[in-house]
Design a protein around this ligand. Sequence first.
Ligand SMILES: Cc1cc2nc3c(=O)[nH]c(=O)nc-3n(C[C@H](O)[C@H](O)[C@H](O)COP(=O)(O)OP(=O)(O)OC[C@H]3O[C@@H](n4cnc5c(N)ncnc54)[C@H](O)[C@@H]3O)c2cc1C
Length: 488
Amino acid sequence: MTRSQTEPQQKTESTSAGRAPDGPPQPHTADAVVVGAGYAGLSAALRLREHGLDVVVLEAASRVGGRVLSEERPSGPVVDHGGQWVGPTQKHLLALAGRFGCRTFPTWETGQHIEVWHDGSRLGYAGAAPADGPGIADYLRITALLDELALTVDIEHPWLTPRFAEWDGRSAETFFRAQSADPDTLARLALAVQGVWCAEPREISLFHVLFYIRAAGSYEQLMETRDCAQDRRFTAGAAAPAHAVAELLGDRVRLGEQVCAVQWHGSGVRVRTTAGTVVEARRAVVALPPPATRSIAFSPALPEPRSGWIAHSPMGRVAKVHAVYPEPFWRADGLSGIATLYGPPPVGVVFDNSPEDGSAGVLVAFVYGDRASAWAGLDQQQRRTAVLESLRAVVGERALRPADYTEKLWSDDEFAGGGYAAYVAPGGWGGYGEHGWREPAGAVHWAGTETATVWNGYIDGAISSGYRAADEIAAALAGSGALAGKHG
Ligand SMILES: Cc1cc2nc3c(=O)[nH]c(=O)nc-3n(C[C@H](O)[C@H](O)[C@H](O)COP(=O)(O)OP(=O)(O)OC[C@H]3O[C@@H](n4cnc5c(N)ncnc54)[C@H](O)[C@@H]3O)c2cc1C
């Protein structure tokens, strides 16, 4: 990897560039330029190399990984501030991790899980949900209905789904309220939407919820731990495979290169960064969350469906907080450390995020949606107190005295602007999906987890989206012009 701020004249191995004796810097040239070195951009570059194409990757931040950010804390454990889990059906991520020898281990979940309700009452349970908990019967009926409806989604061509316009025209909230008036059922459904999309039910298109369930395989796949999306974690942190890919790509990956302008036409692009680097290429892959694209001046302007799609794809609102203790003390009390909290505390969900060897006890707390916005408005001490009070409600008094505490508010992240992913607001799919979701604009191809058809919103989706965009480019440059598009 190279870093423009420290090595402004450094050339990438794969591109040609130089400085005329008395003139301005000459552009680098490559077959393809990739914007963004998250999992999507890195996977696109890897696949482009495998197609035998020259590539240069421009990454704004001083690190790779994007919405996956692993940090070894001074207190010992590695914490993942962003994406962390991998499930058994997430084949692209598992294959990439396996290729580079990145180990995983099962998520800690032995013991009793806890629900904390509005009135402070605690309910213990094992398995997916308490059999006779408040609002549970209607909740199970409605989520089974979501699964049934999701089966009709045409995942490759969502706009061909039979009730596409009807479902996209309404929010998840209007659907839930039409199904049940039980406040406890509605609280369960709201926390599910917050936990999966980091949004409120009023904000998200019902069709997007169904599309996403289909892309994951089922509602259960999204929600549960064992054999589902939250099945395993990475021993060395979830960024380990990304770092391995970046190392393989070497100085083709340039850090500290924020792309600010893209000139495009049918057969080429000219890309400029705020550091003054210019890359000319036959094709570009823009591998950013849709709203981040707004910081780039496209010339000519992007087609209207694409800009409309971006306008209807806001980022979720989430913060992830880790509290580190000398040991996972809750296990001795028969608790798993897994909990769901139905307000008013800021925290919505808690997991035991201790390291594989149990050398420390780590609780991770998720703060979502409206609760994240309100909590973000507090000062640092108030935020910490509020989160630790939530943890006390789950595992008791010792939660108040962590050895280490760290929080990451993704809405404040300069380049992500939120997380886990962008969701689609009501009307977004119907108004702009067919041509705005991922249809190339001339020589500009779109990657990023938001363009995936398998595990959309997840690391796995980011990887497959990079492969798909690279295959599109290989096909286009080979002269066929056909879209590969078989990787999700
Ligand atoms: C708190 C949180 C928890 C999550 N949990 C999970 C989980 O457990 N499992 C899971 O699978 N997924 C999870 N996710 C989602 C997962 O992290 C993302 O889906 C995935 O990392 C997205 O990858 P990407 O490459 O599409 O985008 P990104 O990772 O966002 O990559 C985009 C890259 O582009 C760079 N960039 C932005 N603007 C520019 C510019 N103008 N010029 C150059 N570079 C630019 C960014 O710095 C970034 O590196 C979580 C996400 C968050 C935030």
